[in-house]
Every structure is written in structure tokens, then in C-alpha cells.
Design a protein around this ligand. Sequence first.
Ligand code: VG1
Ligand code: CO
Length: 691
Amino acid sequence: MAFSAAASASTNLVPAVASGRGGAAASASQHGETARLARFGVSSSACANALSLSSSRSCASMGEVLWANGGAVRLAARRTLRVRAAGAGTIVQPEGFQITSVPTTPIDGQKTGTSGLRKKVKEFQSPNYLANWIQALFDSLPAEDVKGSTLVLGGDGRYFNKEASQIIIKIAAGNGVGKILVGREGIASTPAVSAIIRARKANGGFVMSASHNPGGPKYDWGIKFNYSSGQPAPESITDKIYGNTLSIKEIKQADIPDVNLSELGVHKFGDFSVEVIDPVADYLNLLEEVFDFDLLKGLLTSKDFRFKFDAMHAVTGAYAKPIFVDRLGAPEDSIFNGVPLEDFGGGHPDPNLTYAEELVKIMYGTDAPDFGAASDGDGDRNMILGNHFFITPSDSVAMIAANADAIPYFKTGLKGLARSMPTSGALDRVAKELGLPFFETPTGWKFFGNLMDAGKCSVCGEESFGTGSDHVREKDGIWAVLAWISIVAYKNRDRKVGEKLVTVADIAKEHWAKYGRNFFSRYDYEECESAGANKMVEHLRDIIAKSKKGDKYGNYELELADDFAYTDPIDGSVATKQGIRFIFSDGSRIIFRLSGTGSAGATIRIYVEQYEQDTTKHDLDAQDALKPLIDIALSVSKLQEFTGRTKPTANEDGSQAQSREPSDQDIMLSDLRLEGEDDEKQKSGLSINTD
Ligand code: VG1
Ligand code: CO
């Protein structure tokens, strides 16, 4: 018997106050409106940004029923919670609502990966799947972070977030949480959740997102928990959650009605309350402290600077217009795919040269704009493009650090720099030049948090399109875009209209001339059969166990081969088996890792890197520069033998996603090139399937 929390509620709803826009009107009926909510009720340019809509603004074209009732709002929400409740019993009855103890049994496989728990939507929809994990989380936190605590709830707007929000709210109330701050429509980007946790001194927060993984009924859903300084939960907590999922017996669930998340306002249920907040405000306030908005505005409103931002129908659609257009004066048509959709418009919300295809075409087309950027599902990744130019993520973090004087937040100097292990060594060179403390961490943002809390790191990044700073404890897509616009604006601060612009490409080339260029590329073999992938890793572990300094690999001489392990310099925690590294005497590297964010099978990632000091070689195609290393990577790993794969499914940093299935026309790694309609990019002479 499934427990049904149907509610024709008359909650003690306090009309919206936080918006300052008057909260009299309310989106009323939630009856069967999933389809409309799928588009967040947005269907016309007049309502181009549903999430920044004033609650009282009429938006008839949305086809939504908006109605006011003299300042009071009645909810008529009716939803079925997928919480199995056989034998459920009331355990407490605090003022305002009952708490039910719902018996449950452990569900296998709820182990958190690189960034939260990610599975197919169907799995999360199965009875108690999400509820078990949420309860296991509450069972893992110290009492002071649960009883009477304040938690933030946000998400990227993907399919299942609506139902998930209600489940999380009810279990939070059932466990004695005092207050949930939830972004309107359940929306808040990952960096915004981090910012809100910090600004409101919350005990932690949830992000409902599988990040860059596709969304929709057939695709992925995910949940992440961030702790009190806004950082992704450390492994000590995620391990505990996993342990609790294996022994869970009951879910504590408040019998409260579904909360209307469409309107700003506070819903009170005895000692528990849910405040629906503007997901942009706290985050934008923070960005205004970090950047020189006048400098940014000067460039974005300049007649001869053209900017494009691709929100990929993901969460930054809710942020792009309020920030870039309304606040910084960029033209409205700078933003495209700017409406968050439950299925991201059928796309893959991953800002790389493969999936942000529309933006890439514009930036590599005729009469291309000066600056292009994109962000991922939950707004923590970014891609930066100039006119016919791609900034690799590994270069991006290095270049931001090297140009930090363009950003007021860093005016007292950088505290230190950090990158994930597979990320190229470009940042290391900047740290050395600037005499800054430098850290190499395992993959995943959670490892940067301690360094930042301890005041040891200001700027950090990952090769996977993640860049950020200690203004929050997450990577931050919009921050990275504003950082780059700041750099371009700063370099052009004395320029008169009509004079040549110092371009994104100029900034990159100047950087390479000073520091040398780290050619870098990553290849993904997605959804391989797990057994084969694991065998390949075991094979590589055998090789590193036998290898020694001085071993020859083609023309390369081995310096070190190991399975990367990291000891956190702050709390001493140790993370082992974080990626197999072959480091050669000239600093070149080959790295193998299994992804921790997939929802099916195993994804093998191969990262290759080679440093080049010689400026005359900086315009080489990275695939050419890296070919010898790629050949070694394939032969040493015996990848084809173990997985049956003859080519990668994606070169995330550049080229293209070939069909997920190996086809007859096998393309060798070294032949990866943009093809067909992408000829334009080839002609440009710039290697875009690189690093
Ligand atoms: C990938 C990236 C990693 C990133 C993680 C989360 O992990 O490689 O650098 O931190 O995704 O990013 P993995 O384990 O699949 O390699 V996101 O934007 O999904 O929060
Ligand atoms: Co993300």
C-alpha cells in the first residue's frame, strides 16, 4: 500500500513578502499540471524568464491560472508521495502536524559518486528510493544540524524535481528540521545553493540535479547534499549516508500538505516552516561584491563588443537574464536557450564543444561575436569561447589566476591555487610564478572545500569545465563567465570605441607565450560494460606495481606510475585509488579513471597532457601534439581488448560525441576531428577538438 499524502490544504501561508513586488497573486492549481510546469509555465518571450517573473505580473500567454485572493492564498495541491507506508504509525504530534513512522527496507546501490547520488529517474521513482536516501542522510547528520536547523533546497528544474521537493520537505519536517529555504519552483543553481547556505548561515542544503546528465522521464535524476559552509558533503558524511541506507528501517515523515513552490512566501506548519525564496537574489548580491559591475557593464553595453550566452535550457536560464541583461545591460538577444526545461529541450546540458553545438556554430561562424559562454544543467560548469577560439578549462583556471587583478574580490591577493589531479599543469606554472601555495586534489569539488575554509585556496578548477573561487564552495559557471568578461574588460579598459579589442584569443596566446602551453585532451568511453572496465583497471594496477623510474614508453621515460592518493592537509582524511597516473620525465602525463557520475555501466576517462614551451608550436592541433601519448595510452591499457571499444564516445574537451555504439567506421583517436558541418571550425585553423 502506498502512502498518499493528498492535501487540499489550507496551510498557514504567509503571503509573499520577500519579493518586494507584492505577493497577492498566486499560481493556484497544481492539479495535473506537470506538463505545464515542465516549461515552468513559460511559452513566450514576454515571459522569457519565468523564474524572474514578478508574482503579480500578468502573463496570460503562459496559459497559467493566476489568481489573487485578497492577499491570502489557498492551495489546492494534490500529490501522491512515493513513500510506502505499510504499518505506518504516528510517532509524534508536534503543533500543527503529525509525524508518521513509515517502515522501510534497505535498497542496494545508494552510494554517492563524485557528486551526489545519480540514477535513472525510474529508479528514483520506485517506492521509497529517494525517501530512504533522505532519511539516511538525516540519520547521518549530527543532531544540531537537524533539530531546528535551516536547510536550503534547490535544483536545476529537471523532471522529477517537483515531486522530489515535496518528499524532501516532508521528511525534513518529520526529522525536526526547523526551516527549509527553497528556491521558487524548486529552482536554484548549485553555486547559488552554496551562496544561499553561506548568506543565510544555513546548516546545509540539497541540490536536486544530475548536473550535466540528460533529464526527462527516461534519463537521469540526482541529489547532492552540501554542508554548512556551502561545500559538497565530505566523504565522511557520504560514507555514513551509504552505511545508513544499508540498515534503514523507518522513514520519518510529516503529514503536511504539498507546499506551493510557485510563489515567494512563508508556509508555516507549527514549528516547521518552508520559505519560498528568489533563487537569484542572494547569489547576485554576492557576485556584486566579487566583481566590478561597472567595469562589466561598460564592456557588455559597448557597441563593438558582442556577447552570447547559451543557458542550454538548464538552470542558468533563471539567472542569465536577471544578471547579464537586467543588471549588466547586455542585449536581450545575447541569451539563448534561456528557459529552463524539465528535459533541457532534449539536449545534453553539458557546456562543451560537442553539446553546446548551437553556441559553437555561432562562435565559429561568419561574423562571430567576441565572447561566448555556456553553462551546464545545474549551473556549476562553464565553457568560454572567443571569436573562433576555445579556452580549455585547464587553461581557463590558470588564466583567471594569472589575471586576478581584474577582479576586485582578489585585490588583497590570492591565498593559494588548486586543481584536480587530471587537470593540466597550466595552473601549477602560475602558482610557481606568483609564489602561491598549490594543491593537487582528487576529482570532485568536495576536496577543495577544506582548503578554502582554511584560507589556503582562492581559485581552483577542474578540466571538466569547472572553475571557481572561495566566494562559494562550488564551481560556479556564471562566476567563471563574469571572471572572463572582467579580464577582457580590464585589458580593454583604456580602449576607445572602434580601436582594436584585446580578444579572448590574445589573452590566451599572451599567457602561453609567458608560461608555455599545456596541450591536454580527455577521451570518454561511456557506458562500457563494468566487468571489462574493471578488468582494465586491474591490469593497469598490475603494470604500475611492476613499473619503475626510467622505464621506456616509446620516446618517453617514466618518472612515476601510481594510483593517485590524497591526504587532506586540513583534516588528514585520505582518499585512495583516485586515478592511475603515468608521469614521464618531461612532465607529460597519461591518466586513467573511472567516472563516478554515470548512471549506467562504466565510463572510462583517459586524460593526456604534454607541455610545450616553444611558442612556434603553440598553434599545433592538440590531437597532433598528443598523438604519441594517445597511442601509448591505448596500447598500455589494452582498452580495446578489455572493452571492445575502438573509439571514444566523446572527447569532452572538444571534438565530438560519436555514436555511443562502436560503428563499422571506426575512427582512431588520433583522427578525431570535427566533421561535416563543422568544417568551418577546421578551416579556422584552430584546433577545437583539443584540451
Ligand atoms: C565528473 C568530472 C568531475 C566533476 C564531476 C561533477 O566526474 O570529471 O571533474 O567534478 O563530474 O561535475 P566523473 O567522476 O564523472 O569524472 V558536475 O557539473 O556533474 O556537478
Ligand atoms: Co554541474
